[in-house]
Design a protein. Sequence first.
Length: 160
Amino acid sequence: MKPKAMQLQINGQTHRVQAAPDKPLLWLLREDLALTGTKFGCGAAQCGACTVHIDGAATRCCVLPIQALKGRRITTIEALDQSRIGRALQQAWLDEQVPQCGYCQSGMLMAAAALLAEQRRPSEVQIKAAMSNLCRCGTYPRVRAAIERAATALQAGSTT
């Protein structure tokens, strides 16, 4: 498709971009806007490395065309610390020593943030259902522990 001018709301800012409407959001973020925290994993929206929020919902963006995003709010890992939930999760990730290689972590954090925004005290079943992202290092038990820790911190009001 031929490039055209579009406006997208990304991390609370309006970005005027010139791109083919069928260009996947992942590549617009990484190549055109230098927001490289969102990772390419499988290219088929299966692994979750490319997870961002679209209007608050965890969404895999490696196959999502930018033409579908007009008027929608896009949030990437670069803006995670702008929310109380994001800060609680980042601290819990550190406290539980979740990352090993770290490649999947931005997608994991974005999926976890969407979960906690929807469900402040998720059950183990809800956590497992929401966290379908793949991790080659197998840090799933620590991810679950970090989400539980962040939920507890949010309930206690211990994050700013």
